[in-house]
Design a protein around this ligand. Structure first.
Ligand code: HEC
Length: 106
């Protein structure tokens, strides 16, 4: 019984470790977008935004170089629109977020 228990804990630990390792920047960036932005913007490769005023994320990289967005994210995005709250991202989040945005191109 003890051995079985130890084995289970070992396997569980392995699963946790490998899932953490596979959550790459794109996935983390998508999680961020999902939590913070998806209730208005479409964050998928296709489909409309929930809020018709909010442009789908995949259009961003067509409009500006993504580096410009990097600056905006670091300073806190303020778009001249009451509906959109102000966000400030930390540098790690920005890296993840931009990786995710780049993944929407193609
Ligand atoms: C409550 C709804 C809402 C949420 C949440 C939201 N946005 Fe927006 N966002 C909007 C709307 C509406 C616009 C269009 C504003 C305008 O055109 O004046 C917009 C515009 C933008 C623009 C400018 C697009 C352009 O073409 O000028 C960027 C960049 C942007 N949002 C990024 C984000 C990011 C990043 C998040 C998540 C961290 C986010 N938004 C979350 C509603 C939202």
């Amino acid at each position: 019984m003890r051995a079985f228990l130890k084995l289970s804990i070992f396997i569980l630990a392995l699963c946790i470790a490998s899932s953490a390792a596979t959550a790459g920047p794109i996935e983390k960036g998508k999680n961020l977008a999902d939590q913070l932005c998806a209730r208005c913007h479409s964050i998928e490769k296709t489909g409309q935004s929930t809020n018709k005023e909010a442009p789908p994320f995949r259009t961003f990289s067509e409009k500006w170089p993504l580096e410009n967005l990097e600056e905006a994210l670091a300073e806190g995005i303020v778009v001249g629109h009451d509906e959109m709250p102000e966000f400030k991202f930390n540098p790690d989040q920005i890296t993840d977020f931009l990786a995710f945005l780049s993944s929407l191109k193609e």
